[in-house]
Design a protein around this ligand. Structure first.
Ligand code: RFL
Length: 402
């Protein structure tokens, strides 16, 4: 079905109305469609924007297995690359961990999120899935009834109402799903007090590993995306405008923090994208409000320090799809009742590990005695990771696990 047919159609009902066409919404839509469930995806952005938005790249083996189970992994098997090593560069030298060979570690598949989103969209639409781009969900009404309603507005100002049995809020942290939650909903929130300048460089990866540089000037990270594109991060002061660093300054600073003099220069290239990311986390509890369910970033925002966000989104989408299918096809609602506690267990484990990674990678600010104490703790943590096999096993298990 074409977009224009989708958008012009009079049909304004669906058993499941999905808000948002990111990894969570599209995995959910694909599985529901394959299970014969009537659904529609409403996406605020234009199609081209959704297909080009570069974000995640590291997919855990668990995520790949979910995508395989539902026939959604052909693209990542064709074009993704396997990755299983990270390298830490510190004032005490560097060391590598091949996490796939430690603990319950497994390799990652490196596959840009926008490529995954393109695959999921293509698969969904080829299977006849309904999707409406440039359609912003404005509100979710009557979430506690059996017929919740989503009101939506097109980019040209036209509005529409969608009646549903269930609404899946996969529309991120600023979406309509979160706005529809009752005041009693708990929002746990933590500002990690760290900011990163996130960069996409038109340059091949310079290491065969994820690079984490712990430097007194701040953290620097290197993550492969494709053979010609690499993601870099540079810790920066909170409030730094993304454009304030020249390309030369960015590369010089990356070279410095990553120890290019000792370990070899980085391959430079044009900076294609840059944005400042304030490292924050939050968790909504519970993830269900009547007929409204939250998944992905709408359910919990997780700092990118351990690359968990897209992986959690896919996991939650599969759990929700199964629960909705059981209810809608077989009248079995236990899965829906269990959805929130089940996902929250995974979310809190991922949050805990991401927080641990932030402590591992960032030197505390200041020169006072507290900073020097925390600095020594960080050094000790790095030293255990370098030398203790049980610590390495623990790291590997949590680095790729959910
Ligand atoms: P998305 O991908 O944000 O999709 C939500 C969609 O909802 C739409 N939307 C609405 N649509 C209709 N009505 C409304 N009112 C709407 N409001 C919003 C938006 O346009 C959008 O299309 O959420 P989803 O599906 O939950 O997926 C989550 C992931 O995108 C996110 O967690 C990851 O990108 C996080 N993340 C990473 N995760 C990993 O697992 N591995 C990584 O390597 C990794 N790297 C990253 C990351 C996030 C980053 N940013 C954004 C801070 C690197 C970066 C720089």
């Amino acid at each position: 079905m074409t977009d224009s047919q989708n958008e012009q159609g009079d049909d304004r009902t669906a058993d499941v109305v999905i808000l948002g066409a990111g990894p969570a919404g599209l995995v959910l839509g694909n599985i529901l469609l394959a299970n014969g469930i009537d659904c529609v995806v409403l996406e605020r952005a234009e199609r081209t924007h959704v297909q080009q938005r570069a974000r995640a790249g590291f997919l855990a083996a668990h995520t790949v297995r979910i995508l395989e189970r539902h026939g959604l992994a052909a693209g990542l098997h064709r074009r993704g690359q396997t990755h299983d090593t990270c390298e830490f560069r510190t004032q005490d030298g560097r060391f590598q961990l091949t996490y796939s060979a430690l603990g319950q570690g497994e390799p990652h598949t490196v596959y840009p999120q926008q490529d995954l989103v393109c695959d999921l969209l293509t698969h969904y639409q080829e299977a006849g899935g309904r999707i409406s781009f440039a359609t912003e969900a404005v509100a979710v009404l009557d979430a506690h009834s059996h017929r919740p309603v989503v009101t939506a507005r097109k980019a040209d100002g036209r509005s529409s109402r969608w009646q549903a049995r269930y609404v899946a809020g996969c529309d991120g942290r600023h979406g309509a799903a979160r706005r529809a939650l009752p005041p009693a909903t708990v929002r746990h929130r933590l500002d990690h007090q760290v900011s990163w300048l996130g960069l996409l460089a038109e340059a091949p990866p310079s290491l065969d590993a994820v690079g984490y540089a712990v430097h007194h000037r701040g953290f620097a990270g290197h993550m492969a995306r494709t053979s010609t594109i690499t993601r870099y991060y540079l810790q920066c002061d909170r409030g730094t405008p993304a454009q304030s660093w020249s390309e030369e300054r960015i590369w010089d600073e990356l070279d410095l923090r990553m120890g290019a003099k000792a370990y070899g220069p980085l391959q430079r290239g044009a900076i294609l994208e840059r944005s400042v990311v304030d490292l924050e986390s939050d968790v909504i509890e519970p993830l269900r409000h009547g007929a409204l369910f939250l998944a992905g970033d709408a359910a919990a925002l997780i700092s990118p320090s351990a690359a968990k966000g897209a992986n959690l989104a896919v996991l939650e989408a599969e759990i929700l799809a199964q629960a909705l299918t059981d209810d809608l096809l077989h009248g079995v609602g236990e899965g829906l009742d269990a959805y929130s506690p089940r996902c929250l267990t995974h979310i809190w484990r991922a949050q805990e590990f991401s927080r641990w990674m932030i402590g591992l990678l960032h030197s505390p600010p200041g020169n006072d005695s507290q900073a020097s104490f925390l600095n020594s703790l960080q050094r000790s943590r790095l030293s255990s990771l370098r030398t203790s096999r049980s610590q390495q096993d623990w790291f590997a298990t949590h680095y790729v696990g959910l």
